[in-house]
Design a protein. Structure first.
Length: 280
């Protein structure tokens, strides 16, 4: 399939595209013919795209989305169930050892950690079906905005597997232990409204492109250091006791409070108050 120039530049083997504009790096999973299902090549390309976005000083926020009408339906079951060796990258399942599979999945799973710890704010623009490991990718981002037509499913147990790419950890963090247990052990299809109620997504919109555009434009203009340290605070809040958390929070607050961005924000506040006083 010829690359779609509207998605940006193909990365690696072309299963992912990266577009950079106005401070926003948009990473698009680009296997629409397979509903953006994950392959080994896609995960490698996704890692490369994230590396490129982080290294680009022009990028201040990253959007993750899918080409066509789906976000990502998880692992490519058509390949897993296929007897055609071409559907298993360079080796057939029969030719791989148990340790081979563990090593490959360990490398693949690292993409979830890469997203969770990514230094820039990440936004999932969930344009359609989001299931299995695709849901894990979405949950690993900071902000998740779904189109009102999007549907969700953990899907793992239904496919005879226990879950990967940090699925249970990410889901528990998003919705709590009891709901995560129900969603994983009793997989069901959820519409966007229900996903919002449960906490799988942070927002649902009828105009995904418009909302993502407005949100990322705002995020791209916010002080970069403050957002980076705020992300670190949020990450530490999940795993630290309050005393440990506070020891990490204090130096970040002091650093950002002494920054040029904070001084500029304070001056802007003073100017607004003075302007309002004149008007009154």
């Amino acid at each position: 399939m010829a690359p779609d120039p509207s998605l940006g530049a193909p990365v690696g083997s072309g299963t992912v595209c990266l577009d950079v504009a106005d401070g926003v790096g948009t990473i698009t999973l680009n296997r629409p013919q397979r509903r953006n299902a994950m392959s080994w090549h896609l995960l490698q390309d996704l890692r490369t795209a994230l590396d490129l976005a982080e290294a680009d000083d022009a990028v201040r926020v990253v959007v993750l989305t899918g080409a066509g009408s789906d976000f990502c339906v998880g692992a490519d079951l058509a390949r897993v169930g296929s007897s055609d060796p071409r559907d298993h990258d360079s080796r057939t399942l029969r030719g791989r050892s148990l340790q081979d599979d563990r090593d490959r999945l360990t490398q693949a799973s690292a993409i979830a950690e890469r997203l969770v710890t990514f230094p820039l704010v990440t936004v999932a623009a969930i344009n359609g079906a989001c299931a299995g490991a695709g849901l894990s990718l979405a949950l690993a981002t900071d902000i998740r905005v779904a189109a009102d037509r999007a549907v969700f499913n953990t899907a793992f147990v239904s496919a005879g597997v226990s879950g990967d790419l940090g699925s249970a950890w990410l889901l528990t963090r998003a919705v709590g232990n009891a709901r995560a247990s129900s969603l994983i052990l009793d997989p069901v299809k959820l519409d966007a409204g229900r996903a919002l109620e449960l906490g799988l997504v942070t927002e649902v919109t009828a105009d995904l492109a418009g909302r993502i555009g407005a949100l990322t434009a705002k995020l791209a203009k916010q002080p970069l250091l403050a957002m980076q340290h705020a992300k670190r605070n949020l990450a530490d809040a999940v795993v630290s006791s309050l005393p440990d958390y506070l020891r990490r929070e204090v130096p970040r607050m002091v650093e950002t409070a002494r920054s040029g961005d904070a001084r500029a924000a304070a001056q802007a506040f003073v100017n607004r108050r003075a302007h309002q006083g004149v008007q009154a």
